[in-house]
Design a protein around this ligand. Structure first.
Ligand code: PLP
Length: 405
């Protein structure tokens, strides 16, 4: 029996679609990291400066986290053996949830397998088909999928447009269903910050539930990286706070913070929580250690922001379009270099890679048509020398390809 399926016709329509992407120049092969997720690393056999990862604080390789994972593996093994509601709740899972709830100064927390499942599982659990979701147009895919799964009616407001959000709320204010206002804390493709205070005002005025997805704000914004609720000091005004353990925290997972009753409800109703196995103990231990690092090494966050200010300024001086004209202006360590054309963007990313700089090209459908970009992300662990070398390459390749003058 041949094991190849290449000759079977049932899936040939997928091959056709990939061939279309190849013709358009936006097909990609996965880049393979051969050593650690670090500011300088080896990808596809090439030594590169990495300005693509979400490893904001360098915690993927922090000695204390590494040791915590090893110690938990020695003591508790490699897997949890079941979903949380059956036999897969270990003491270390509860300790992590308590740690996060305490850190965020909320009543309770539930940890999911990822930020994606935290969003999708929560939105779909707390709303039903009589309800309404008022959602920013640039919200993350996991929010969109959760909204669809909930079967609630979805009303999308123009990016950060409070007046538009209010218009949509007015349209449904006399309907009996629940209303949920939802925004990213930091928008992942543009690096701008969601308008939490104004959205909280709206939520209070119209009796809506307020939810924030802080994936890119966890460990980055607010005191010790407590996120946008802390950054804006809107404590007590956001009903559902989602965060991720996969980006600045350096491991894997997502969480929801809120009232005891909300968390208890999610324990009973959130489908990824009920139907997918919990984290290995090593991951839970890693995350606990990460929150200890946030509390005890706030200088990492200062370093992250120092690098961010330097790199953003230099990119601007080189003449790159780093947003703010007909795209949102970044306010965080995410700085897009807007190119526009999808193929030129992918070619730019490939040329940068050949010259030793790794930053990913992002095109439609992840960003709108005509707004393709390479996205740069700073970390606390980039050295000044690494950033200067990356900027030299960006300048050289940018000029050669006519992207800057
Ligand atoms: C990355 C991201 C997620 C998903 O988080 P994971 O832990 O990687 O699944 C959710 N929301 C936003 C805004 C993100 O950027």
């Amino acid at each position: 029996m041949p094991t190849t399926t290449a000759s079977r016709p049932q899936l040939s329509y997928l091959t056709d679609q990939m061939n279309e992407l190849k013709a358009k120049g936006t097909h990609f092969n996965l880049r393979v990291l051969e050593d650690e997720q670090a500011p300088e690393c080896t990808i596809d056999g090439r030594h590169v400066i990495n300005i693509a990862s979400n490893n904001y604080l360098g915690l993927t390789t922090h000695p204390r986290l590494r040791e915590a994972a090893l110690e938990a593996t020695r003591r508790y093994g490699v897997g949890s053996g079941a979903v949380r509601t059956v036999a897969g709740t270990m003491k270390i899972h509860m300790q992590l949830e308590e740690k996060i709830a305490h850190f965020k100064n909320v009543e309770a927390c539930v940890v999911f397998q990822s930020g994606f499942t935290a969003n999708a599982g929560t939105v779909s659990a707390i709303l039903g088909k009589e309800d309404f979701i008022i959602s920013d147009e640039l919200n993350h895919a996991s929010i969109i999928d959760g909204a669809r799964l909930s079967r609630a009616k979805i009303k999308v407001f123009r990016h950060k447009d409070i007046a538009h959000a209010e218009e949509l709320l007015k349209e449904v204010q006399n309907e009996p269903g629940h209303k949920l206002i939802i925004t990213d804390g930091v928008f992942s493709m543009d690096g701008d910050i969601g308008p939490l205070p104004a959205l909280c005002d709206l939520a209070e005025k119209y009796g809506a539930i307020m939810m924030v997805d802080d994936a890119h704000a966890s460990g980055v914004l607010g005191r010790n990286g407590r996120g946008t609720v802390d950054h804006f000091n809107v404590h007590g005004r956001v009903d559902v706070q989602v965060g991720t353990l996969s980006k600045a925290i350096g491991a894997l997972g997502g969480y929801v913070c809120g009232s005891k009753d909300l968390i208890d409800f999610l324990y009973h109703r959130a489908r990824p929580f009920l139907f997918s196995t919990s984290h290995p103990p090593s991951v839970a231990a890693t995350c606990i250690a990460a929150f200890e690092v946030l509390e005890q090494e706030p200088e990492l966050i200062d370093k992250l922001w120092g690098n961010t200010r330097f790199f953003k300024k230099e990119l601007g001086l080189l003449g790159f379009n780093i947003g703010g004209k007909n795209t949102p202006a970044s306010e965080t360590p995410i700085t897009p270099i807007i190119i526009g054309d999808g193929k030129l963007t992918m070619d730019f990313s490939r040329e940068l890679f050949k010259e030793g700089v790794f930053c990913t090209g992002i095109a439609f459908p992840t960003v709108p048509e005509g707004k393709a970009r390479v996205r740069t992300i700073m970390s606390a662990t980039h050295t000044h020398d690494q950033l200067s070398r990356a900027l030299e390459v960006l300048k050289k390749v940018g000029r050669r390809m006519g992207i800057i003058g």
